[in-house]
Design a binder for this molecule. Structure first.
Ligand code: NI
Length: 235
């Protein structure tokens, strides 16, 4: 499932993150690459121990934790602390690869299985050419270039690349999620069901005063959602 979350960062948070990372010392992006992806990776990355990276990561993490779309789409069990990358000039692309299946966070030795890959766009798309995130899925290639502040989630098992940036620069935040529900198909079903229940609940609210009882159908469907989650979740 490919999912767009618009304004995952509010404009003030986006501005803060950009300000923090733009002036920091960047390093070669291969610092976190595996041997296969390292061969095709040509970008810059912010070393995660830098104070600027820590502060920017905190802003992103707080914003995501309060975002209901993020939570329902990912059902996160564990999130790899967000990283930041930069494409432009000589270091401007990342060829086709699949992200490593398990990331180990160096500072905590914590393992995160990469069920979901995330990119949070931090540059105005009009400010650079190229830089599309291209994700291969069963429908073919998806070319993704979102507004600054928007986030895309896609299955960690997808082959993907970042096209060369030929003008300007592309800043992004990226990270991985281990989900409580490992299977992308099961997660998608739960997401669809959750969205449908939310819409039905909204209709109930339009018919009845706030605080009134929900319809029996909504109660039963919500029960089905939780019972499916109970069946599939690993916590
Ligand atoms: Ni990748």
């Amino acid at each position: 499932m490919l999912l767009r979350i618009q304004q995952a960062l509010q404009p003030d948070e986006l501005a803060q993150v950009r300000q923090l990372i733009l002036t920091a010392d960047w390093a070669d992006g291969r610092i976190t690459a595996g041997s296969q992806s390292g061969a095709v990776k040509n970008n810059l990355q912010l070393p995660e121990e830098l104070p600027a990276a820590q502060q920017a990561r905190h802003i992103v993490s707080v914003a995501l934790a309060r975002n209901p779309m993020f939570v329902t789409g990912a059902l996160p069990k564990s999130v790899y602390p967000p990283l930041f990358n930069r494409y432009g000039g000589e270091a401007n692309n990342f060829g086709n690869h699949i992200d490593n299946a398990v990331r180990t966070h160096a500072a905590t030795a914590r393992h995160v299985r990469t069920d979901i890959s995330c990119t949070l766009f931090l540059s105005d798309p009009a400010s650079y050419d190229g830089g599309e995130l291209v994700v291969q899925d069963t429908y073919g290639e998806q070319r993704i270039k979102f507004e600054a502040g928007d986030l895309v989630m896609y299955p960690g098992m997808s082959v993907h690349r970042v096209e060369p940036v030929t003008r300007g620069e592309r800043l992004a935040c990226f990270f991985w999620i281990e989900s409580m529900v490992r299977s992308d198909d099961q997660r998608r079903l739960l997401y669809e069901m959750d969205m449908a229940i939310t819409a039905l609940r909204q209709k109930d609210l339009e018919r009845a005063p706030v605080g009134g009882p929900e319809s029996p159908e909504v109660v039963r469907l919500t029960g089905c959602y939780h019972n499916l989650l109970r069946m599939w979740a690993e916590v």
